[in-house]
Design a protein around this ligand. Structure first.
Ligand code: NDP
Ligand code: OXD
Length: 312
């Protein structure tokens, strides 16, 4: 009998998933449709996103849990992960490339004053704006891991002056490394465009707050593609309305979908995407799953593993 892999929302992209797993010795079932109670003992692996609390713990023979996203905050809630079952983060080239594209696009958009040109076009206003060379634009990336590191390297290749902030010091060609809370003020003070690519943990929650925003130079921009919980919305709006911040691009929100009544929707200096900076696509994420299951079956190391003590 083949082993069984459960996938969240498998049926919504069944053709893509089926093609991606074709030829691999596994039976794939939909997370919701599989009849959790009756068939619980048959499940070997699960590829999940925001599972119901306790649902994974009811699968007695689960060997590996795969997160459908790079973030694991959807699994940190009480009772979501059965003890002893390794959780593997989604780290694969297509997801990383998608985030690099998103960050490059948003940074270039602000760097080249595109929101202002678009505003002027609507007013039929022919006005050149100052052009600052990339080497004089300081980009600061909160989170210099897989995604932040790749975005930082791509920005360096375009000539930007890039720094990154992480828990531990990093060595990345052309990137100034700032580590820990002690170096956060200096990092913020030299950041014209702030990009958040942190995981959401108790230490990083609400990091985009009034006190930290005040340390950015006047006219700075904020790009948040980490998690909504990183940003205190009222503080961000106050900084935009006072003119301290010149603009924000937000992909993630504390409550998703962003509620209809949110003032962010209509704010003239905010641009919104629906948690779509980079998506987990079936073809590439299936390769990551197949690779790990193959390693697991051979008794080899799997990963990258989520570290729940660290929170990411
Ligand atoms: P990684 O785990 O590879 O990187 C996380 C980075 O954050 C590391 O550099 C880490 O430091 C740093 N960090 C964590 N905690 C702290 C802290 N307390 N202080 C300073 N730095 C800290 O994660 P990924 O790059 O793969 O993903 C990052 C996040 O991006 C995800 O958790 C998710 O929230 C978000 N994401 C959003 C998507 C979207 O579409 N909007 C898509 C994919 C991911 P160190 O290196 O020292 O450990
Ligand atoms: C992720 C996400 O964590 O899509 O991968 O948010």
């Amino acid at each position: 009998m083949p082993e069984v892999l459960l996938i969240k929302d498998y049926l919504e992209q069944q053709a893509e998933w089926a093609a991606a797993f074709q030829g691999f010795d596994i039976e794939v079932r939909d997370w919701k449709a599989h009849g959790m109670r009756e068939a619980a003992a048959e499940i070997d692996y699960a590829l999940v996103w925001h599972p119901e609390p306790g649902a994974l713990a009811r699968l007695p023979n689960l060997k590996l849990i795969f997160s459908l996203g790079a973030g694991i905050d959807h699994l940190t809630g009480d009772g979501r992960v059965p003890p002893g079952v390794p959780v593997i983060r989604m780290v694969e080239e297509t997801l990383t490339a998608g985030m690099t594209e998103y960050v490059l696009y948003q940074v270039l958009r602000f760097h080249r004053a595109m929101p202002e040109y678009e505003h002027n076009q609507r007013r039929r206003l022919w006005r050149e704006l100052p052009q600052i060379p990339a080497r004089r634009r300081r980009v600061g990336i909160l989170g210099l891991g897989v995604l932040g590191g790749a975005a930082a390297t791509a920005l360096v290749s375009l000539g930007f002056d890039v720094a990154g902030w992480s828990r531990t010091e990093k060595r990345l060609a052309g990137v100034t490394s700032c580590a820990g809370n002690r170096q956060l003020p200096a990092f913020l003070a030299r950041t014209d465009i702030l990009v958040c690519l942190l995981p959401l943990t108790p230490e990083t929650a609400c990091i985009i707050n009034a006190a930290n925003l005040a340390q950015l130079p006047q006219g700075a921009f904020v790009i948040n593609a980490g998690r909504g919980g990183h940003c205190v919305e009222a503080d961000l709006l106050a900084a935009l309305d006072s003119g301290h911040l010149a603009g924000a691009a937000l992909d993630v929100f504390p409550s998703e979908p962003l509620p209809q009544h949110s003032p962010l929707w209509r704010h003239p200096r905010v641009s919104i995407t629906p948690h779509a900076a980079s998506k987990t696509l079936p073809a590439s994420s299936a390769r990551h799953v197949i690779d790990n299951i193959t390693r697991f079956r051979a008794g080899r190391a799997v990963g990258p593993l989520a570290d729940f003590a660290r929170g990411y």
